[in-house]
Design a protein around this ligand. Structure first.
Ligand code: SAH
Length: 353
């Protein structure tokens, strides 16, 4: 059976024509799935009963099973999903004032190998399909009461989104479409380790989204250690490709910097970072390291964080420290993974299935 969420609108309209149905049924069906939170074709009560049966015979709406639902005291919720082939991914709902943001995955695992991140510990298995990417958003949306809507998407879950642009972009198109999830493209951020060729493809094809580039080091020697994929790319190529995205999109860039105690949090690291960022219309998003079971890194002390921040601020760099959310359930940045770590149990575990 085909996954309905994988189907572009035109393909669904073509299928509808083959069963003698008008094209407008397509937007009716999408509306039911995206906005009215239908869980089965039978919920779509304004479709003819025969069409509902034909749809159910031909398509599946859900391919993922929620195998664990964890909630943290700060309002963060995490879903562990098992895909049709047994692959496992995680995705997160974050609450911040009126914001209802979701963090979604783009691959099963990750091939980039960043040494401080849980998502790549077991390597990459495969790319997610468009439908699997959308399914995460829909399952997370269902955690909200009917009168609340998702407001932001960050593609910062498991995987390297720019390694899966072909499946990701149609999913974000549906997410941002007024008749889809209706989340403005300005509230959607793609975070990348920095793959220049894919960045250029994005600059050429789709510039409505915010781009966040994971820097983590201001020189190639250190970055090669922290982000192994850098060895064949290099900072210069990433920065110039990011600049080209800025020129094409006009959207301010974000650079991310995981702060690792004793590794990249020294004053000289901050000064080197200033030299790179000065003159670039960018926001620096510093993420104090979120602990990952089994990894040797430490979160810098409050005073080391403050010292780092002050150097950047004094130099006029626009800097924000990312608030840690969801770490009680291993849902914070860099803590999502394919396998369950032995020593982490969620505070609250609710089964949805
Ligand atoms: N592959 C994408 C998305 C990664 S997740 C990318 O590289 O940008 C989003 C951010 O969380 C990235 O900047 C990533 O490097 C960072 N991150 C990974 N592990 C982390 C950890 N243990 N603590 C804090 N941030 C982490």
């Amino acid at each position: 059976m085909r996954h309905l969420l994988d189907l572009p609108a035109t393909a669904l309209r073509e299928w509808l024509a083959t069963v003698g149905q008008p094209g407008y049924r397509e937007s009716q069906i999408r509306g039911w799935i995206m906005q009215r939170r239908a869980v089965a074709f039978d919920d779509m009560t304004d479709l003819p009963a025969a069409l509902r049966q034909q749809l159910a015979a031909e398509f599946t709406l859900w391919t993922a099973k929620v195998t664990r639902h964890s909630q943290a005291g700060d309002g963060t919720e995490k879903l562990l999903l098992e895909l049709a082939d047994g692959g496992r991914i995680e995705c997160v709902l974050l609450r911040d004032g009126p914001r209802r943001s979701i963090c979604i995955s783009s691959q099963v695992g990750c091939a980039m190998g960043c040494v401080f991140c849980a998502s790549g510990l077991d390597g990459v298995d495969r790319n997610l399909t468009t439908g699997e990417i959308l399914e995460q958003a829909l399952l997370l949306q269902r955690l909200l009461p009917a009168d609340e809507r998702l407001s932001h998407i960050v593609v910062m879950g498991m995987g390297e989104p720019l390694a899966n642009l072909n499946q990701l972009l149609p999913a974000l198109e549906t997410a941002s479409h007024p008749k889809g999830l209706g989340i403005s493209a300005r509230r959607i951020t793609i975070s990348t380790v920095g793959l220049p060729a894919a960045l250029d493809k994005l600059s050429a094809e789709e510039t409505r989204y915010n781009l966040a580039v994971s820097l983590h080091a201001a020189n190639d020697e250190l970055r090669n250690q922290l982000v192994p994929v850098n060895r064949t790319i290099g900072l210069d190529a990433i920065l110039t490709a990011a600049d080209r995205y800025f020129e094409a999109s006009g959207r301010r860039l974000t650079f991310e910097y995981v702060l690792l105690g004793g590794v990249n949090d020294r004053p000289e690291d901050a000064h080197e970072l200033v030299a790179i960022l000065r003159g670039r219309p960018a926001l620096l998003n510093v993420i104090p390291y979120n602990p990952v079971a089994g990894l040797p890194y430490v979160t810098p002390t409050a005073s080391a964080q403050m010292r780092f921040r002050e150097i950047l601020e004094l130099a006029g760099i626009n800097v924000q420290f990312r608030e840690r959310k969801g770490d009680a359930i291993n849902a914070a940045c860099g803590q999502l993974r394919r396998s369950t770590p032995p020593d982490s149990q969620p505070l609250v575990s609710i089964s949805l299935t």
